[in-house]
Design a protein around this ligand. Structure first.
Ligand SMILES: [Zn+2]
Ligand SMILES: [Zn+2]
Length: 279
């Protein structure tokens, strides 16, 4: 894996105190936390109430450690999809958290530990300030849900699990090219300044692939630089950036169509995914 490069070469990989962690606003703080070799879990803190949400706490011990360190009160657990590397820590997290039984655990229909099943466009809040909206984006899995968060000041973030990555998208394990096209188009309707928090650090490989497809795209070069300069790119792009450098969101571009030998969006998406799978 290309990823091994950055994780071996650059240490420490502890992005907790990076400036951007708190830059989303002084009311909503989002802390990425590494699980396994390249999974991103998140702790979302509403400063006004000291309430927090955890996202995909696979490494539940590590997440409980961060919760303790920050001294926050977890009221909400969010799971992006049922794959074990995202949902596999839910039950342990809830049973080892002092108030675990009172935590609202939101997910699609197939994740363990879930007590509140969400469907497309469902909304809920946590803390004093944070509004959450579910976006059903089936393809990587049929239960894939992206969670869009907005705080009182209008700062925005989206947890995209394995649907949208910085510069890429997830494999179509349970879906079709048409579904991924629909899912990414749906995410593309979010406000341009929405910050993207994804499920894996796949950015180096995605940038390398994008450079092959669109070698003359200056934004793709910017993506490659981002991957080179940062061990953790989670939270370092917006929906606007993704539209400029993510080839899976650029199916109408001549260079992308030329590389895939197709012109209609669904065929381009299918061919792109095939090329990426072989890359
Ligand atoms: Zn997955
Ligand atoms: Zn995953």
């Amino acid at each position: 894996m290309l990823l091994a490069r950055s994780f071996v070469k650059k240490t420490p990989l502890v992005p907790l105190n990076r400036p951007f962690s708190s830059s989303i606003s002084h009311k909503m703080q989002i802390h990425p936390l590494l699980a396994r070799s390249d999974n991103w879990m998140y702790l979302v803190v509403d400063e006004a109430s000291n309430e927090a949400a955890v996202v995909d706490p696979y490494d539940w011990k590590k997440m409980l450690g961060l919760v303790k360190e920050k001294g926050v009160n977890v009221t909400t657990l969010i799971t992006t999809h049922h794959h074990d590397d995202h949902s596999g820590g839910n039950i342990q997290f809830l049973s080892n958290h002092p108030q675990g039984s009172s935590i609202k655990a939101y997910a699609g229909s197939r994740s363990p530990g879930t007590n509140t099943v969400v469907k497309d466009k469902d909304e809920f809040t946590f803390g004093k300030n944070i509004k959450v909206k579910a976006l059903h984006t089936p393809c990587h899995t049929q239960d894939s849900i992206c969670f869009y968060l907005q705080d009182e000041q209008g700062k925005k973030g989206v947890f995209t699990g394995d649907t949208l990555f910085q510069g890429g998208c997830g494999r179509f394990f349970e879906g079709t090219p048409e579904e991924m096209h629909k899912a990414l188009t749906y995410l593309g309707t979010l406000p341009e300044d929405t910050i993207v928090y994804n499920g894996h650090e796949y950015t180096p490989g995605n940038a390398k692939f994008a450079l092959k497809i669109e070698p003359d795209n200056a934004d793709v070069k910017r993506l490659a630089k981002l991957a080179e300069d940062n061990d953790c790119t989670a939270g370092l792009s917006t929906i606007a950036d993704e539209k400029k450098w993510n080839v899976f969101m650029r199916l109408d571009q001549p260079a992308v169509q030329k590389a895939t030998g197709a012109t209609d969006a669904v065929s381009v998406m299918g061919a792109l995914r095939e090329l990426k799978n072989k890359a």
